[in-house]
Design a protein around this ligand. Structure first.
Ligand code: HEC
Ligand code: HEC
Ligand code: HEC
Ligand code: HEC
Ligand code: HEC
Length: 211
């Protein structure tokens, strides 16, 4: 009697193990490896091939959870698909080249891609209300007391030190964290205005005028 019970338990145990193991390749093949039309991608990473149709949520829980967190600007974009903003197709393909199905905790920062300002402007046009919406914002006050409107940076020709076109909407507007645009406003200025003053490079006394 006892012997039979032990054998039965072993058989059931083995069947369980076999069925668990058998599930794994099936899960991988069920992933949305959409119509790539070629096999070359498959050989690169065994179980995940990047496609813009992939289910982003499986591996980017923080980004997708931010859609329902009212502290994050993503929550204002509930109807906007991930790839509407993340439209750098080439960069995304590179970023996911070595990714496997086990990599389910996403990325902490954009490293290989950028969200261009054009994407934002396509829905938030740069009309009069853009600059007036932030006319009273004082987040950009330098140590001399100059206050700069974050939506009205001076426009000038490139003198070889870069222009304000390099300041991206995404530098200040984080989507998936509760950092506010005020929190981040001064960050993009520092790389150029390294004295912490929002004045001409020449009047600040840091660089000689070329004239
Ligand atoms: C409205 C535009 C927008 C949408 C929609 C959007 N993102 Fe983002 N995402 C950004 C911007 C801007 C950044 C960079 C700023 C930042 O750090 O939040 C970013 C950053 C990221 C990062 C880097 C890590 C991080 O949190 O900074 C990942 C990963 C990411 N997004 C994935 C996603 C996924 C997945 C979705 C869909 C579930 C999504 N994004 C939807 C604009 C967007
Ligand atoms: C199988 C898991 C997986 C899926 C599915 C996935 N990602 Fe990722 N993604 C990752 C991992 C892991 C990284 C970090 C790669 C690294 O750091 O090398 C990443 C990186 C990123 C980044 C940061 C790129 C950068 O600038 O460095 C963005 C943005 C992103 N993914 C968006 C998406 C979007 C949008 C989708 C859906 C269309 C998606 N991901 C689907 C795992 C995944
Ligand atoms: C597909 C269209 C679309 C894209 C792309 C988009 N947004 Fe939005 N955004 C919206 C909509 C719709 C709302 C909610 C309605 C509103 O307040 O304008 C919104 C709301 C916002 C808000 C809050 C507005 C408020 O009054 O508080 C900010 C800030 C914002 N978006 C910034 C951005 C930035 C920065 C980007 C680029 C990274 C971006 N959006 C990309 C459509 C878009
Ligand atoms: C230097 C930082 C900075 C940059 C760059 C920036 N913003 Fe803002 N933005 C702010 C601040 C600060 C606010 C005020 C936030 C508040 O009221 O809570 C704001 C408010 C907004 C709002 C809500 C107010 C409104 O207009 O209805 C939108 C939408 C917006 N920004 C879009 C954009 C877009 C699109 C870009 C790129 C073209 C951009 N921002 C670039 C800092 C910035
Ligand atoms: C890519 C480099 C770069 C970045 C980033 C940058 N600036 Fe500038 N900024 C410049 C240059 C170059 C000038 C003009 C130089 C000149 O004419 O002397 C300038 C001029 C200015 C002026 C006009 C000063 C005057 O007296 O004419 C203001 C105000 C200013 N920047 C504010 C900012 C703020 C605020 C930020 C961050 C949101 C920022 N800048 C980010 C390079 C940059």
């Amino acid at each position: 009697m006892k012997k039979k019970a032990i054998i039965l338990a072993m058989v059931v145990g083995c069947m369980l193990i076999v069925s668990l193991v058998a599930c794994q390749p099936k899960q991988a093949s069920e992933m949305p490896v959409a119509d790539t039309g070629s096999q070359e991608v498959e050989t690169e990473t065994a179980d995940f091939a990047w496609t813009p149709e992939a289910n982003c949520e499986t591996c980017h829980p923080n980004s997708s959870n931010s859609y329902t967190d009212s502290a994050c600007a993503a929550s204002q974009h509930a109807d906007v698909a991930c790839i509407t903003c993340h439209d750098d197709a080439e960069g995304l393909e590179k970023a996911h080249k070595k990714v496997t199905m086990a990599d389910t905790d996403g990325a902490e920062k954009l490293k290989k891609t950028k969200v261009s300002s054009e994407v934002c402007i396509s829905c938030h046009p740069l009309d009069d209300t853009h600059a007036s919406a932030t006319a009273d914002v004082t987040a950009l006050t330098d140590k001399l007391g100059n206050v700069v409107n974050p939506h009205d940076l001076p426009v000038f020709e490139d003198t070889g030190r870069g222009t304000h076109e390099k300041v991206l909407c995404a530098d200040c507007h984080k989507m998936h964290s509760s950092e506010t645009p005020e929190d981040n406003a001064t960050t993009p200025c520092k790389s150029c205005h390294h004295q912490g003053t929002y004045v001409s490079c020449y009047s600040a006394g840091c660089h000689e005028s070329s004239e």
